[in-house]
Each structure stands twice: as structure tokens, then as C-alpha cells.
Design a protein around this ligand. Structure first.
Ligand SMILES: [Zn+2]
Length: 228
């Protein structure tokens, strides 16, 4: 349970985050303790059901199964396998000391995500005739992609910057492509106006389907590589 006091909060809010696996409470700068206690009591059953419905953590460990491109892959760790992870069919071979397995696996997934997302993004930016300065991957929990446009004044000279969650490499490629198309459409329209959606649909007719996939399975991707 995480309680945060927020200067702008007018009341008490209770939220069960399936992405972070946390019960989040936000409170105004002062007071609210009794309301929190009453809320927790009143919503006890609801909270229990939420927690029970959360995805299960999949630590990077020998024989763990994680998705890559939407398909299950098993981690085959042997100390004498090459240290650089290698995907062979539906098996991810990783070698070296067991203690380094989690870090090695995550770095490999991040590199694979960038190697996939960057060229796809650059291709669309080029087709749209839009300058693109940088494509990167991170681990934001709230967004799958973000686009800081050149027109916001930050990167006027060299173009926009697009960042993705590396976790998209675990989703099917058409879902990943939907996020690429969404961010690329933001190179032209920095809003969610009808013009933006028209361009987005033109770049990716399956955008809506991908949103639904992420709404359903996206939270689980945030539990991969977690201990609990
Ligand atoms: Zn957007």
C-alpha cells in the first residue's frame, strides 16, 4: 500500500493498480486519515478481488516462461551457455553466473525492443517527411509510448524524440506496430484531434484492436522480470 499526499488533491482517492501491483491512496496535504480507514473498510471485498485478479510475477529465472513477440519463450539457463542470450525457437539460452541472469535477460530484451522499434519508427517518420531526433526505450508504467515534438520547442533543430516501453517487445508485433503508428502520427499532430485519429488509422487500420489487446493483457507485461 502506498499513500501519497498531493498538494492538488481535494479529497481522498483509493486505487488498485494492476500495473504496479499496489494499492495507491492519494490524500490532500493535511488530514484524511479517517476517510482512508473508512474507505479501506468499505471497499475491503472489492480490494481483495482486485488483488486476486492481478497478474502473476514472472521473475527472470531458469525455466521461467515469458512472452516474446506474443509467443511463450522458456529461459534455458546453463552456466556454460554463451553469456550473451540467444533466442533459439521458443527457448532463450542464457549462460554465465545465475546472479547475472535477470540483468542480462532484461538488457537483451531492451536491446531487442530498440532494434525493432527504432527502424519501424524511422521508416514512418521518413514517409511522413518528419524529422526525428531520437528513438529510445525505457520502462514507464503509465504509457507505452511518448512523443516530445520538435514544435514543443525543445528539439527544434533536430526533430522530435519518441520513447517506448521496452516491454512492448513481449507483445505481438501488430500491437507494437500500433504504438509506433500512434507516436508517428503525433509527429504530425500533437494532440488527439480527429485529424490525428484519421492519420493514425491510415498508418495502422488495427489501432483500435491493439488498444483493446493492451487494455486486456498489457498489465501482465509489467509483471515480467519482477520477483513478486
Ligand atoms: Zn497519443
Amino acid at each position: 500500500m502506498v499513500a501519497t499526499r498531493r498538494p492538488a488533491a481535494r479529497g481522498v482517492r483509493l486505487r488498485a493498480s494492476a500495473v504496479n501491483g499496489r494499492i495507491e491512496i492519494s490524500l490532500p496535504p493535511r488530514g484524511g486519515e479517517e476517510i482512508v480507514a473508512a474507505l479501506l473498510k468499505a471497499h475491503h471485498t472489492w480490494l481483495e478481488a482486485q488483488v486476486a485478479s492481478w497478474p502473476r510475477a514472472i521473475p527472470f529465472a531458469p525455466d521461467a516462461r515469458l512472452p516474446i513477440d506474443g509467443l511463450p519463450v522458456r529461459i534455458d539457463w546453463q552456466p556454460d551457455h554463451p553469456r550473451m542470450p540467444m533466442l533459439v525457437g521458443d527457448v532463450l539460452r542464457v549462460g554465465g553466473p545465475l546472479s547475472l541472469l535477470p540483468g542480462r535477460t532484461e538488457r537483451w530484451l531492451k536491446a531487442r525492443a530498440l532494434a525493432d522499434l527504432e527502424p519501424a519508427t524511422r521508416r514512418l517518420a521518413e514517409n511522413l517527411g518528419q524529422p526525428l531526433a531520437r528513438v529510445s526505450v525505457g520502462d514507464a508504467s503509465s504509457r507505452w509510448g511518448s512523443c516530445a515534438s520538435a514544435r514543443s520547442g525543445v528539439n527544434d533543430a533536430e526533430g522530435a524524440r519518441i520513447a517506448y516501453s521496452w516491454r512492448l517487445i513481449m507483445a505481438p508485433d501488430w500491437v507494437r506496430y500500433a504504438i509506433v503508428a500512434h507516436e508517428a502520427a503525433h509527429l504530425v499532430h500533437q494532440d488527439h484531434s480527429p485529424a490525428f485519429h484519421a492519420l493514425n488509422r491510415q498508418l495502422d487500420p488495427r489501432a483500435g484492436e491493439a488498444r483493446r489487446w493492451l487494455a486486456r493483457y498489457g498489465a501482465a507485461l509489467h509483471w515480467v522480470g519482477r520477483q513478486s
